[in-house]
Write a protein that binds this ligand. Sequence first.
Ligand SMILES: Nc1ncnc2c1ncn2[C@@H]1O[C@H](COP(=O)(O)OP(=O)(O)OP(=O)(O)O)[C@@H](O)[C@H]1O
Ligand SMILES: [Mg+2]
Length: 448
Amino acid sequence: MHKVEAFDLVHRYRPVRVHNVEPDAAEVGRRLEDHPARRATVGQNERVDPLLESLLAAVAARPDDGPLRLHVAGLLLEAGHPEQALTHVSAVLAAAPTDRAALDLLTRASAALGGPPAADPQPTPAPAAGEFDWAAAESEVGDIVPPPFLDDPETGGYDVERPGLRLADVGGMESVKERLEAAFLLPLRNPELRKAYGKSLRGGLLLYGPPGCGKTYLARALAGELGARLLTVGLPDVLDMYVGQSEKNLHGIFEVARRAAPCVLFLDEVDALGQKRSLARGSAMRGAVNQLLVELDDVHAANEGVFVLAATNHPWDVDPALRRPGRLDRTVFVGPPDAPARAAILKVHLRDRPIAGVDLGRLAAESEGRSGADLAYVCETAAERAMVASARSGEVRPIGMPDLEAALAETRSSTGPWFEVARNVAEFGNDEGAYDELAAYLRTRRKR
Ligand SMILES: Nc1ncnc2c1ncn2[C@@H]1O[C@H](COP(=O)(O)OP(=O)(O)OP(=O)(O)O)[C@@H](O)[C@H]1O
Ligand SMILES: [Mg+2]
């Protein structure tokens, strides 16, 4: 068989194998509980070279010798025993939590554990007679395997996904959901009503608000709600310094979206392209703005089933031409998450971590004004605290309220600077009422 044909066959029909690379929580617990002194030698059924064996015996004799342990851990890692290496590293860290060499080894050993197993304990069984040997075929064509998807004519190398997320997964933010329902979902779902009210489907929706407050998350939930595919494009990635290239890239993206219909085309950081044309220097940028206008005007003429969503942290930098009727003409303000949203966000970020006695309601009440990204950081910091405490005491303990509250006290809200600018815009730049929602939000914020 011709090599290319073989490659095609292998990649079209190869059954997908999913490696569960993350060790589950129980397994991690077991690993940590297993006291290093008791694990001075590697498991009996594993063969180790004699030098390593002598070194392991030396460790057993001098369990407090940190440098020796680290040396052995390094050798174990090289020999393909990251788990055993990790045991010794943990022992050193329990005594010296900030030891740089130990931390470095910890990172390497964890990475080795997370990656494909160095020594596969259960070798893939040889295929039964008559079955096609995928592994052999794959290694045969290995040298001509191009990176997957890059040349895919359907997606042009862009990431097209079908999110399983629904609006119900978005915690709280009821007023935003209502706006999305009225501006986007209701007219889409009810063509008859749309006709009766003379409402057209033209135009897209612009989500704006401070960073890290759920614009991208909402876009994914909207696509999921519609059962549509989602094509996410970061506009700064599309811009090209060469005259004409940005236009070509943009046109290509809209073409991909049309082919993938029904599809939500999500233009993230739209301000990068739609910057006011007076701000945009050079003709390259102007051409790109014009191209986006053409594509937006064209979407509904050329294709049913492409819905344009855009997001920005700087709506005031978005070219007004982009916001005229029929283009990104509806705006939705996505502000900092409210209390139910904060509880939902915290829950998401604590889901896969060991926790005990966490009162989400109390944390949500105490974290007013924090963004989704801030809350993710709070969980991260709390986990770090619990981990360091565990390493110090040699006893694993779950993340609790004291960790979370301390982390909350340490992290400041990152939305402050955004609101400074927004306040000016709402007061002095709200000529056409484009920022009414923002102004209303600011009024309620001031009252608190
Ligand atoms: N209402 C919510 N319910 C559940 N999770 C949320 C909610 N809002 C935000 N999140 C979480 O917060 C994280 C940050 O949100 P997201 O990335 O959507 O913010 P963004 O507004 O797009 O930020 P940026 O402006 O920086 O692009 C998300 O990964 C998501 O997990
Ligand atoms: Mg985003």
